[in-house]
Write a protein that binds this ligand. Structure first.
Ligand code: ZN
Length: 188
């Protein structure tokens, strides 16, 4: 089952563009029906003068179920699957030994799988550059970086997992047969 697009409309607002301070912001709204019967509202903001663009996403039927969401990535197209991680979501790619822990400083973010890999790549590169030559950790991290770059080209299969104890995180898969949601019962 694929999510369905509907109710697409573009509206001109009275908001001035934050980038050029001159143009008006256009809002494009798209409501998606997710495979699990939830609905999401995507808002796309665009300036009519400059190339400013921004996105926002709002769950319309907030799922209160806590759970573990997984998505298998086996080909390049899967990297386009959309991800929304709430601040309570714990994101993990065990094949690459990568993790984003929840916490007060954790960002709310909406991106796709590729966007998440890019964030990791940036963080690991910075970490690697700050290591002293001769540090034994260095070759290990270089290997992780190589795997990560393969993953970004769809040449390495991996599973992305979001464990969200409060609910609210989403994956919108390109291929829903690679997606699972497991409810967490009896949370104390
Ligand atoms: Zn503008």
């Amino acid at each position: 089952m694929q999510e369905k697009k509907k109710n697409t409309e573009e509206k001109v607002t009275n908001f001035k563009c934050p980038a050029c301070k001159d143009g008006d912001i256009l809002i494009n709204q798209i409501i998606y029906d997710l495979p699990d019967k939830d609905k999401m509202l995507f808002l796309k903001f665009k300036c009519n003068r400059c190339d400013f663009e921004n996105n926002d996403i709002i769950p319309l039927t907030t799922r209160m179920d806590a759970g573990i969401i997984t998505l298998k990535i086996t080909e390049e197209n899967d990297l386009k699957s959309k991800i929304y991680r709430s601040p309570t979501g714990n994101l993990e790619i065990s094949e690459l030994d990568l993790k984003v822990e929840p916490g007060p400083s954790a960002e709310f973010y909406y991106t796709n799988v590729e966007g998440i890999l890019l964030r990791f790549e940036r963080a690991i590169s910075i970490y690697l550059n700050n290591l002293e030559d001769g540090n034994p950790e260095k070759s290990e991290i270089k290997d992780t970086l190589k795997d990560l770059q393969k993953a970004m080209k769809g040449q390495l299969e991996f599973t992305l997992k979001i464990a969200d104890l409060s609910g609210g995180s989403y994956i919108i898969p390109e291929d829903s047969s690679k997606y699972t949601f497991e409810k967490i019962e009896n949370l104390k």
